[in-house]
Ligand binder design. Structure first.
Ligand code: KIV
Length: 283
């Protein structure tokens, strides 16, 4: 049965860890749901993982909606979060509400996520959750703000910066977020944010104390090899397996050794085959 925000709050209170993965396509979603993943994020990281961009900046709302729909078809019974892409919410509360609404209406998502912690972001969180849409905040290493952060670097590594993150988390909670994703911070910072939170705190590269853990699925199964962050643990080498399979197939096709056996060909009865050849020969 699909978990709701009430289940996640209960899990937080009971100390049960929330399992969270990104996903961008129908097939992978099916495997994640079968594995019992609690929450799926259709992250704007699809720009890099699925579309081959160097950053998430070019990702559009239409990209996000199409892939969220595919994930929903693969995982009909999993709590699904749509990630607001660059410039889908920065301009105004009105635009943010209408783009957040597309995730719910067109892709049947349960929640949306948006990055950042400035005054305008708090206003967007108030507006979107005020419109009745579950809203997950995202602080720490927020890729859409990489320019202002001076690159894709771990955050909260000085006492002042760490305090700022603890304060941001509280403000986001007060603005009405249903949960917060904390990315790329020292474990002690993840721990102190989590301790003070009344809502579930999910972490990616934020240590082991958060209420749940997120990884980008293509990193943890060894598919995305352009860059692997320090916090990623590899649970499989699917990239290596794909490479082996594609190479073996190429070799067999070139050598004429696939397909040869009866197992991989359609059959025709001897009588029909004989008749077929006879017709051809008499033409
Ligand atoms: O887009 C995404 O997958 C994300 C994670 C990196 C946190 O936002």
């Amino acid at each position: 049965m699909k978990k709701t925000i009430l289940d996640f709050n209960r899990m937080k209170d009971a100390g049960e860890r929330i399992v969270f993965l990104t996903c961008y396509d129908y097939l992978t979603a099916k495997y994640q749901e079968r594995a019992g993943v609690d929450m799926i994020l259709v992250g704007d990281s699809l720009g890099m993982v699925l579309l081959g961009y160097d950053t998430t900046f070019p990702v559009t709302m239409d990209d996000m909606i199409r892939q969220s729909q595919a994930v929903r078809r693969g995982a009909p019974d999993t709590f699904l979060i749509g990630d607001m892409p660059y410039m889908s919410y920065q301009v105004s509360d009105e635009e943010a509400i209408s783009n957040a609404g597309r995730f719910i209406k067109e892709a049947l998502c349960d929640c949306i996520k948006l990055e950042g912690a400035g005054v305008d972001i708090l206003s967007r969180i108030r507006a979107i959750s005020g419109a009745g849409i579950l809203t997950m905040g995202h602080i720490g290493l927020t890729p859409q703000f990489a320019g202002q952060l001076g690159g894709y670097k771990a955050q909260g590594r000085s006492a002042d910066a760490a305090i700022k993150l603890v304060e941001q988390a509280k403000r986001i909670e007060e603005a009405g977020a249903c949960s917060i994703l904390v990315e790329g911070v020292p474990a002690i910072v993840g721990r102190e944010i989590t301790k003070r939170a009344e809502i579930p705190i999910l972490g990616i590269g934020a240590g082991s104390y958060t209420h749940g853990q997120l990884l980008i699925y293509a990193d943890m199964v060894g598919m995305y090899d352009n860059f692997t962050p320090k916090f990623v643990k590899k649970y499989a080498d699917i990239g290596g397996e794909l490479q082996k399979a594609f190479t073996a197939y190429s070799e067999e096709v070139r050598a004429g050794s696939f397909p040869v056996d009866a197992e991989h060909s359609y059959k025709i009865s001897d009588a029909e085959a004989e008749k077929f050849m006879e017709i051809l020969e008499n033409q």
